[in-house]
Design a protein around this ligand. Structure first.
Ligand code: PNS
Length: 183
């Protein structure tokens, strides 16, 4: 039985909530799709926005958090918080045990496997749960949205309206031009 996962320590109340972490620069409809799918499984989802000064972002941590809060204003089951440090520590502080991640294509797999196994190494009690987004968003990521928008392409239907508005503001401020775009 040595190699089997331990199940008897699962505490039921912990399973009601899950953490959905990411950089969200900015959030896309692919992320929103995963959050809504997650709500079918959990009573509460904490969207955890990485606050990482080393990683270049178009939007500040505050803007990234606020946009997600606005998208889910009428959804009390969604909480949005910024975090830094180790994800597993944040998950523990939220009294959660499950991390949700979206898996779009095989190309995501290697990075996701490494992250899930590292997180398991750090805290074997935390499980990562992968969900497939709708096929409509399986080609989508924040980097491609910023690039297309900067080049004058339409991102309608690919990001929430508030994100389109904020991207337009960045474009006007000259903060959104290809070449200096953070992925
Ligand atoms: O949106 P992203 O860039 O795919 O999100 C990555 C994220 C934020 C989930 C990941 O970088 C993370 O968990 N960072 C926190 C630091 C950490 O815990 N690192 C160890 C796990 S690899």
């Amino acid at each position: 039985m040595d190699n089997l996962v331990e199940t008897k320590r699962i505490v039921p109340w912990m399973e009601k909530r899950a953490v959905y972490p990411g950089f969200f620069d900015p959030i896309t409809n692919g992320h929103v799709d995963i959050i809504l799918r997650g709500l079918r499984l959990f009573e509460k989802i904490v969207v955890a926005v990485l606050k990482n000064p080393q990683k270049k972002a178009l939007f500040s941590t505050k803007d990234r958090v606020t946009m997600i809060q606005e998208i889910f204003t009428h959804q009390p089951a969604i909480e949005v918080k910024a975090f830094d440090g180790l994800l597993v520590d944040f998950v523990r502080r939220q009294k959660a045990r499950i991390v949700i991640r979206g898996l779009r294509a095989v190309s995501d797999f290697e990075y996701e496997l490494q992250m899930a196994l590292m997180n398991r190494q750090l805290d074997p009690e935390i499980e990562t749960l992968y969900m497939m987004p709708s096929v409509n968003y399986s080609f989508l990521n924040s980097g491609v949205v910023k690039e297309v928008f900067a080049l004058g392409g339409s991102v309608a239907g690919l990001v929430p309206k508030i994100v389109e508005k904020k991207l337009r503001e960045k474009l006007k401020q000259g903060r959104l031009s290809v070449g200096k775009l953070p992925q």
